[in-house]
Design a protein around this ligand. Structure first.
Ligand code: URA
Length: 219
């Protein structure tokens, strides 16, 4: 089911927040102000004991409407990359470092706005719950925001972790580009190189997680 995006009330008073709140559902979450202008919170999706977890930045416009992660253009690119890496969707739980869409109006469009570190920190509450529940063998950080959230280090740099296994809290973390970069990069060569890097990282994750090859009817 799709939900109509809630119009932003930009002149309204600052929304109520409590960074120490311990909500049971995303709907109740007031740990940061992002709930206010989002249509809904977008939790992770996938099998409960998926061996691979992929973490993006935050839901985009399509995800905010659908209530599911990676269903827009970035998700389609990720699906292609998973297919090329030979990873079945059934082996993967996808989620985001931040569960509400942060945006600013540009004309009639809602443009993505990078979440502030305090918002990433506030949302770590939800990411940690997912990591504990899914207990993946390997976690793929898609981009710098996800890497910082997973390592709980606001200074973590993608370049330093790229192509390596980083262990944190007993988890194996692999870092790669965010799929939006492969969509937005200015020239076709860069887009192709970024895409190939993502495929290579997913193939690496599959080796670490000992994922079986997809069935022939997996599409
Ligand atoms: N980009 C993300 O980081 N996450 C999504 O769910 C969609 C786009």
């Amino acid at each position: 089911m799709t939900t109509e995006p809630r119009p932003a009330r930009r002149s309204a008073p600052a929304p109520e927040t409590d960074p120490d709140q311990q909500p049971n559902t995303l709907d109740e979450c007031r740990r940061c102000p992002l709930w206010h202008d989002a249509t809904q919170g977008v939790p992770g999706a996938g099998p409960t004991h998926a061996p691979i977890m992929m973490v993006g930045e935050q839901p985009g416009d399509s995800e905010d409407r659908a209530g599911e992660p990676f269903v827009g253009p970035a998700g389609r690119l990720l699906d292609d990359a998973l297919g090329e890496a030979g990873v079945t969707r059934r082996a993967v739980f996808v989620t985001n470092a931040v569960k509400h869409f942060k945006w600013e109006p540009r004309g009639k469009r809602r443009m993505h706005k990078t979440p502030a570190q305090r918002e990433v920190d506030a949302c770590h509450y939800w990411l940690e719950r997912e990591l504990t529940q899914i207990a993946p063998s390997v976690v793929v950080a898609l981009g710098a925001t996800a890497l910082k959230a997973l390592l709980e280090d606001s200074h973590a740099r993608l370049q330093e972790h790229f192509g390596k296994i980083t262990r944190h809290n007993g988890r194996a973390i692999l870092a790669t580009w965010h799929p939006s970069y492969a969509l937005r990069a200015p020239d076709p060569d860069t887009r192709q190189r970024v895409y190939r890097d993502i495929v290579r990282t997913l193939a690496h994750a599959k080796r670490i997680a000992h994922v079986d090859p997809p069935d022939s009817d997996d599409g």
